[in-house]
Design a protein around this ligand. Structure first.
Ligand code: FMN
Length: 337
């Protein structure tokens, strides 16, 4: 009798060993260290910073340096950088390593935002595999110069649009030039974040590298623990990345792990949801101060109240919060609905 493969398992990215395969995706405006910290607390096995501009790093932007800071409970730090210029990406790599000494550097080849694409970065790199290869090579050489053993990975899209699907060529070019893992967000640039992610492309990519030691990670439309299980079953990818599904819902990591290991998972009580939202707020305050954190948490806190009865009324209160006291009042209202 052949044994069923374990869906929850450790992951090896070159020399980096991770205890599990449930990752927090890089998400601009969300995956700062307060949220990464909360995700680690609730079962994430690995988490990426939001994309950091190579140009800004080279210009020594203080704000940019803050994005990369490690959370106290963050054993492994993965910094994602973006840019379209080899030299600047190489220089930025050295700055990242000297500033925060991460365990992994990821290159963004998927961002669909016009301002980013115009500079030759983001999904422009999935469209141009040869240029992507050169950037990967430059970043890997920069890592080698520091004499650190830090794997470089790449996050790509499936292509520019339906007529220009280039994920296989992009992945191949990245790996030939030194990348140690690939994440595929199986939407095209033209889709943005709309429509369905096409997991069959992810399955194809996994198949393409099945005889190598290069792990392939999946991103796109993982909103529930069941989605996570299905992605692993349907594509055999090595790890699943949660993006929008984890916003205001870091519990999705523990729940997915439970589902993969036992076949079911427990619901999260309202008290824990609210407590975790307040924890994220307080961590964010440590980094950016009460005023900015309270403003920033408005969109995030709504996620923590999703699904509770009277959530629409609560949301109205949240979007007006400007102090910790305001948020505490929201929490109280949640109990008295
Ligand atoms: C608001 C927002 C910001 C994002 N920022 C980044 C980013 O900085 N770097 C990146 O590689 N992907 C970024 N992504 C893409 C996500 O990592 C992920 O690939 C995508 O959302 C698909 O997953 P989902 O359908 O499960 O949300 C972002 C997505 C959203 C919605």
């Amino acid at each position: 009798m052949t044994e069923e493969p374990q869906l929850y398992h450790s992951v090896k990215i070159d020399s980096l060993e991770l205890s599990g395969n449930l990752f927090l995706a890089p998400v601009a405006g969300y995956s700062d260290r307060s949220f990464r910290s909360v995700c680690y607390e609730h079962g994430a096995d690995f988490a990426y910073t939001e994309m950091v501009s190579s140009e800004a790093l080279v210009r020594a932007s203080v704000k940019t340096a803050t994005i990369m800071e490690r959370a106290p409970n963050e054993k492994n730090l993965a910094v994602q950088i973006f840019g379209g210029e080899e030299k600047i990406m190489a220089e930025a790599t050295k700055i990242v390593i000297n500033t925060v000494n991460p365990q992994l550097i990821d290159i963004n080849a998927g961002c669909p935002v016009p301002k980013i694409i115009k500079t030759g970065a983001g999904s422009a790199l999935t469209r141009e595999p040869e240029r992507l290869g050169k950037i990967v090579k430059a970043v890997c050489s920069a890592v080698a110069e520091t004499e650190k053993n830090i794997p470089v990975t790449v996050k790509i899209r499936s292509g520019w649009d339906q007529k220009h699907i280039s994920f296989k060529e992009a992945a191949q070019a990245a790996i030939e030039n030194g990348a140690k893992a690939i994440t595929l967000h199986s939407r095209t640039r033209a889709q943005g974040y709309e429509g369905k992610a096409d997991w069959s492309k992810l399955a194809e990519l996994v198949q393409m590298f099945s005889n190598t030691n290069i792990p392939i990670f999946g991103s796109g439309d993982v909103f529930t623990p069941e989605d996570c299980k299905r992605m692993l079953e349907e594509t055999s990818c090595s790890a699943v990345m949660f993006a929008r599904g984890a916003m205001g819902n870091p519990f999705i990591f523990t729940q997915s792990k439970q589902l993969l290991q036992t076949g079911s998972y427990s619901e999260i009580p309202l008290s824990l949801r609210l407590k975790t939202g307040m924890k994220e707020l307080n961590l964010l305050i440590e980094d950016i101060g009460e005023k900015a954190a309270c403003r920033e948490m408005r969109k995030r806190f709504c996620g923590y109240t999703k699904g509770i009865s009277g959530a629409a009324e609560i949301r109205k209160q949240i979007v007006a919060c400007s102090s910790v006291q305001d948020y505490e009042n929201v929490v109280l209202s949640c109990y008295f609905l």
